[in-house]
Design a protein around this ligand. Sequence first.
Ligand code: MG
Length: 260
Amino acid sequence: MRIARFSIDGNVAFGVVEGDARSGDGLVLDIIKGHPFAEFERSGKRIPLDKVRLLPPVLPNKVVAIGRNYAEHAAELGHEVPEVPTAFFKPSTSVIGPDDPIVYPSFSHEVHHEAELAVVIGRMCSQVPRERVADVILGYTCANDVTARDVQRVEDQWARAKGFDGSCPLGPWVVTDLDPSDLAVMCTVNGEQRQLGRTGQMVRSIEDLVVHITEAMTLLPGDVILTGTPAGVGPINVGDEVAVTIEGIGTLTNKVIKRG
Ligand code: MG
């Protein structure tokens, strides 16, 4: 099931996405009564997807991101895969939705795309044992861990480099019934392929990451884990259109604009 969050006429709601974009019939949203973090009913009220504005599919309290989780990507930046996973935060204010602009930050001259599989947490959880990980996950979406690479090189903590406003595009929706173990993860800039990897290349699996993170902190419904990016990261500039596509989920597209 694909669950989107959207606004129409000033109202915000969740809806189940129906239809197959490839068939040309267009997609529709069946509006959900309530929210997807508990059992919910579909209203049967359907709206064409092209009549709404898609929002970030969740509003995370926190985004916990993992660095250097694909060996080839660690190597391209001159790093080894760390012995323990490198975790960092992206603040809630970094999150933007599908088609929202990425505003180029004033303090950087080298902003990179990082296409990543995002795990969306479905229930409050801590100290999650490996065999319970599937129970705490609502589903998966596409993410772009937008990074001010020049700033990341000179500042030990990555709060500014990876936490600026708009540095965490998420979407277009959450897919709940998906085996995430070997999905193609792709990034294009202006239609040209930059990154192509598979989640099967991750050094630490999603189970490993949920166990590792929840040893330390409670995750809340709607919190997001970014699972690292495959090789091929590179610059995005004002005017570029960057698209993250994950097999079985869809495409998250954002344009880079100049600060107004
Ligand atoms: Mg990343």
